[in-house]
Design a protein around this ligand. Structure first.
Ligand code: DOR
Ligand code: ZN
Ligand code: ZN
Length: 398
């Protein structure tokens, strides 16, 4: 089925152009002032047409933790948030430590409405499995304590993984970041530093970064601080924890000076009951609030649309070697989101599609909303309605 996105302003090569986008056979066929006949039309007058977001950091919770989320509900939240591809993290039950677990996840993820990729987990004894894993985003090493039992503290084992894994992503905080960078340089490896959250960390990364080392920040660290943690308690508790205003400013500065490469949600849903308990688990959902919050930041002149799109689409595709995604270009995959930069609304728990049904941003007013989400050329989300069309696993190259 062909599709015409008509009358919008389209982000092409960093500029907003008044063009129509003709989509057929899953691809962007033409960016044109013409109006080719299409089976379906989307009226995008007054709207902005962006490449669909690629979220490099999502905990879909399947298998084993599906009372919090599963691939289907995570993908609904993603679609409602303009995210057309996500990479799933390995701290499930069981964790993704061997090929069998990975293959099982591949089956489970087939119900996803958005495209997906997987991280592979590093344990103290799965190096042979790591060597065999194919088409993964990276091997994820937990170098600090967080949700799940995936912490690796043995330096010899960590070094062995850096030696053998082609690409490594780390949950590393503070001094552990220095260690990860040192090993990435020693073995000339791709290193993706997840959810960097402090001023000191940004300063270190700015100094030590190479063309193989990449830095992610998460929306909760950009839009919340430790004072929100005090107010919201467990609901604003995640790892790394929320930091000071000074740290937050450093993250924004890091975005400006290109120390930061990507914004990834670290969508980490837990139930409200779990979060309101005496020992709440770390993590907050973020898939459907990231883009509205960032659009709101564009309206507040904290960010340009071009930069937003680089951090959430073009850079993820380039860094992880996903061909034909991340920008709007003829011949590229038709993963597209149509947003309304002028629509104002209040983020509300009731309106969320994540299974956990709450957000640390509940009650926050934003200007900027997702209207239409297109995945592989199919309109799968518009104005709170979903079309149940399955998406597919991405191919990582490089
Ligand atoms: O807050 C967090 N939650 N940080 C992590 O690193 C893991 C995540 C989770 O899986 O809940
Ligand atoms: Zn983490
Ligand atoms: Zn995470």
């Amino acid at each position: 089925m062909s599709l015409l996105i008509e009358g919008g302003h389209v982000l092409v090569e960093g500029r907003l152009l008044r063009e129509n986008v003709f989509i057929d056979k899953g691809k962007i066929q033409q960016i044109t002032p013409q109006r080719p006949n299409a089976d379906q039309e989307i009226n995008a007058k007054g709207k902005i047409v962006l490449p669909g977001l690629i979220d490099c950091h999502v905990h879909c919770r399947e298998p084993g933790l599906t009372h919090k989320e599963d691939f289907y509900t995570a993908s609904m939240a993603a679609a409602a948030g303009g995210v057309t591809t996500f990479f799933d993290m390995p701290n499930t039950h069981p964790p993704t430590f061997d090929i069998e677990d990975l293959e099982a996840k591949r089956e489970m993820a087939k119900k996803s409405l958005v495209n997906y990729g997987f991280y592979f987990g590093a344990s103290s004894n799965n190096i042979e499995q790591i060597k065999k894993a194919r088409n993964i985003a990276a091997v994820k090493i937990y170098m600090n304590e967080t949700t799940g039992n995936l912490l690796l503290e043995n330096d010899t084992i960590i070094e062995e993984i850096f030696k053998h894994a082609p690409r490594i992503a780390v949950h590393a905080e503070g001094e552990q970041i220095r260690k990860a960078i040192h090993l990435a340089k020693k073995y000339k490896k791709f290193l993706y530093l997840c959810h960097i959250s402090s001023k000191d960390e940004i300063a270190l990364i700015k100094k030590e970064k190479t063309e193989n080392i990449f830095c992610e920040v998460a929306p909760h660290h950009l839009f919340l601080t430790d004072s929100d943690h005090k107010k919201m308690k467990g609901l604003a508790y995640m790892k790394p924890v929320l930091k000071s205003k000074k740290d937050q400013n450093a993250l924004w500065k890091g975005i400006e000076d290109n120390t930061v490469d990507t914004i990834g949600t670290d969508h980490a849903p837990h139930t409200l009951m779990e979060k309101k308990s005496n020992s709440p688990p770390a993590g907050v959902p973020g898939l459907e609030t990231m883009l509205p919050l960032l659009l709101n930041a564009v309206n507040e002149k904290k960010l340009t649309l071009q930069k937003l799109s680089e951090l959430t689409a073009a850079n993820p595709a380039r860094i992880f070697g996903i061909k034909n995604k991340g920008i709007i270009k003829e011949g590229y995959d038709a993963d597209v989101v149509v947003v309304d930069l002028n629509k104002e609304y209040k983020i509300s728990n009731d309106a969320l599609f994540t299974k956990c049904k709450w957000s640390p941003f509940h009650g926050k007013k934003v200007k900027g909303a997702v209207d239409f989400t297109i995945v592989n050329g199919n309109l799968i989300y518009h104005h709170r309605e979903f079309e149940r069309i399955r998406a597919r696993e991405v191919v990582f190259s490089g």
